[in-house]
Design a binder for this molecule. Structure first.
Ligand code: ACO
Length: 286
């Protein structure tokens, strides 16, 4: 006897959990029994959590990952789609805004972000996947635009993500066929930076996060926003934007920071920019 799925009784505040360790905020989609699909409750809670973490001094990097076997099985077909469609257009739009809202916040997050894709990643999950600056996955993760398999199109930005990250033929095949990519396939096609054995995933992401944490946060923010912005600019506009962005960075303490870094290279000879980051702890002591 099959029991139809019921709305998840989990309280809204438990749909996301996080821990902060050594300057890294590990944020978990926390509906493992529902394969971390995104319900309106989860979307609201995720926005709250990432906004709370954004300006904390003890957080330098945010990692988005999933509890259990999934990263995220996309949008919740019951609570996000069916239940809101039953209520009408107002409810549909509100649910869309809640979901798209936190992905947008994450795309333009003040701090570096990493998607640590531990398992299933479907459909709407491509929104937060693209929103994260870097992405690492387990070899046994599975990525799919499964929308076509239940007769919708990849909405919520998912088509845009495929077109941005994959080449044209791969994006078409991926969206039209509804077949999944393994972790190594996703890495080879550019959906993620790297795929590693599941047992090594957290260590590799920790290594990357710790390297990022040692770099200047203002420069990182300016850099990641620059890479996103220039994608949609002509060369001339990009060149001009980057001059303005660097000048804005100078106003965020950038002059003092680069002076210190330059001093460590040219005068003290304690670091080489080509081989790693300058020692930013010295900056605080001055
Ligand atoms: N929406 C609603 N419920 C979901 C979703 C989802 N996207 N994904 C999983 N669940 C629920 C299942 O209905 C089930 O709930 P139940 O306890 O009420 O039975 C529970 O999570 C566990 O799921 P299973 O299917 O039993 O888990 P399994 O490990 O066998 O399969 C898999 C995992 C492959 C991810 C499967 O759940 C699945 O295909 N999910 C849907 C993936 C998908 O296509 N997502 C939508 C993409 S399109 C978009 O996001 C717009």
């Amino acid at each position: 006897m099959v029991t139809p799925s019921q709305p998840d009784p989990r309280p809204e505040e438990e749909t996301v959990r996080y821990v902060i360790e050594d300057q890294v905020a590990w944020v978990y989609f926390n509906r493992p029994d529902k394969r971390n699909c995104m319900s309106p409750k989860l979307n609201r809670q995720m926005k709250r959590v990432i906004e709370e973490l954004e300006f904390r001094d003890d957080v330098a990097v945010l990692v988005l990952t999933g509890e259990g076997a999934a990263w995220s099985a996309g949008m919740d077909l019951l609570e996000y789609f069916r239940m809101n469609e039953d209520k009408g257009l107002g409810a549909i739009r509100q649910a869309q805004r809640e979901a798209y809202g936190w992905w947008e916040r994450l795309r333009w997050y003040e701090k570096p972000t990493i998607a640590m894709v531990n398992g299933w990643c479907f459909g709407g999950g491509y929104g937060p996947l693209f929103a994260c600056d870097l992405a690492f996955c387990a070899d046994d993760a599975q990525f799919g635009l499964s929308e076509i398999n239940w007769a919708i199109l990849p909405g919520g930005g998912a088509s845009k993500v495929a077109a941005e990250l994959l080449n044209f033929r791969d994006a078409m095949y991926h969206a039209m066929m509804g077949e999944n990519l393994s972790g190594p396939e996703a890495a080879a096609k550019g959906l993620v930076n790297e795929s590693v054995p599941a047992g090594e995933l957290k260590a590799r992401v920790t290594e990357v996060a710790q390297k990022l944490a040692k770099k200047d946060g203002h420069a990182l923010r300016a850099t990641k926003w620059a890479i996103r912005r220039v994608r949609e600019m002509t060369y001339d506009n990009a060149e001009d934007y980057l001059i303005r962005a660097q000048e804005a960075l100078n106003d965020f303490g950038g002059w003092a920071t680069r002076k210190e870094a330059t001093k460590q290279f040219l005068d003290q000879k304690t670091f080489k920019p080509g081989l790693g980051a300058f020692d930013k702890s010295k900056l605080k002591q001055d």
